[in-house]
Design a protein around this ligand. Sequence first.
Ligand code: ATP
Ligand code: FE2
Length: 323
Amino acid sequence: MKVLGIESTAHTLGLGIVSDEEILANQKDMFEPEEGGIHPRKAAEHHYQHAMELLHNVEQEADMEINELDGIAFAQGPGIPQCLDIGAVIARTLSDKHGIPMVGINHCLAHISIGIRTTDAEDPTTLYLSGGNSQILDLRSGRYRIVGETLDIALGNALDKLGRKMGYPHPGGPELEQLAEETEEIVELSYPIKGMDLSFSGLVTETQRKIGDVDDELLANSFQEHAYAAVVEALERAMAQEGSEEALLTGGVAMNSRLREMVEKMCEQRGAEAYVPPPEYCMDNGVMIAEQGRLEMKAGRETKLEDSEKRPNWRPDEVDVEW
Ligand code: ATP
Ligand code: FE2
């Protein structure tokens, strides 16, 4: 079975094709704001302007044409409404033109499935940290339960906000990582954990107030140490509660080497395994949507035109795991 996946939940437009045997194509183009965060309309404009080009590129890379596909998967949610519309329109158009069934995918579940496909993980507790989402997910009684999550903003968003306040370009995550590597010292900040949930906006404000009084390197390192220790502690609690022996770290923030190190160390101490997909499959991408579509279509799922409306607030625990 060959499936095309279309990702357009936020600033990345990604198209990918997978078959049962291999990953056949992975193309993407990212909207990069000149200043500030993601502007929904501008991101959506970027996506429709690049759609045709990416479509040609995936056909070329996979050495096949759209009409040879068995399915078309698109990220139906959660995400920015204006951006979700673009992916859904591409899917409906291709599905109708070529008579190929389509399936609407939950973006968070796709991160888990591509993680399982590209690592040795089988039944992991997932720590998914990106610009728009921060969740800990675990499969229990046929659904991926959200066993912990941010109560306000996502961790990637917190890093980007702080980076911006400190005068660094978007995205802030990698900028802060580089700064943090310059020092081993930290200043004390509050610890953003509440049971197995997290909260980052207070930590951003607290750190932001110290800009100018404390060196950027020290601020960056302090923010990272507090925020990452908190997410790893929440992950550890979740793993203990679920009796889990595998952790899967994914989302754009999984690119951070200090965070990876903390997750690996925690797993080592518990006798568990830590898995991180290759970078191109941690960040948002079309391949993960294609993989999730492949799994769901094999399990007999299909989304009819009348059910293909975007779902901006779609939570992953609303989906029955039948694959
Ligand atoms: P989603 O739609 O899943 O919320 P997204 O649009 O935020 O995803 P991703 O590519 O998954 O896109 O993640 C981007 C985030 O990852 C940004 O907030 C960025 O700062 C963060 N990030 C990228 N690299 C690093 C790094 N090395 N350290 C920390 N954060 C990073
Ligand atoms: Fe994502």
